[in-house]
Design a protein. Sequence first.
Length: 285
Amino acid sequence: MNLEVKQGEIFGFLGPNGAGKSTTLRMLLSLIKPSSGNIQVFGKSLLQNREAALSNIGCIIEKPDFYLYMTAAQNLKMLAQLNDVKNSEQRIKEVIDLVGLQGRQNDKVQTYSHGMKQRLGLAQALLHNPQLVILDEPTTGLDPQGIIELRYLLLRLKNEFGKTVVLSSHILSEVELIADSMVIMNKGKAVAQGSVKQLLSTENLIVKIETEEAQQVRSILNQTPFANVIEKTEPQSISLKLSRSQIPELNALLVEQNIQVFGISYQRPLEEYFLKITQAGNVHV
């Protein structure tokens, strides 16, 4: 797999469970030694310049761990000493404020909820002010509000602080909202890679019309230019390949023909493909 992440972007690292996302990230962090190939971080070989490469990376792999009997501030102070963080008191205050734990920094971590521990994990990853932040499934276990807050925080890291973020997830919609580029992995291989805008284009959507008059709809569409883009006809639905801008035109035609439409939904080809590799147990690529 060839992978390139540009500086200052949020990079989505997607794939079904077992695709190899965490293994790849562990290799990027020198936690696992690759059997072959080369990894460069900031233009430096990870194998030859491990300390220099890793000194500018912050990460959360799986779940962050802390000394539960210590407070959040005490945990961060200990980590600041281990990493020789300059102006540590000020820096601890900055990251506590950034992740939204102000007022709770002197509480023991054992009193923290899962979401608060995730926030503290991010504070820990940012403590030494790294340029690259690697997050492995950071939304796992978060409630909807927590997911939204994390999303805004990652955007702040990029837009306000110029950080590069690699975000591992198996949820396409989550990455779509904030990522600039992404890769989809399956069985250790990159099966799709590029900018989010290109991969999730609205030009080639699979549009599904729910109706009890599917055969009649097909007969009507056969007399129009839409005949060339019909994908599939089922007893209570018909699917076409359209751009998003064509959906209102199609809907107006069906209304004009007094067709009862119960719903119109669309799916991008990449979404369809991602769901296929996520749901299938044995996919060959």
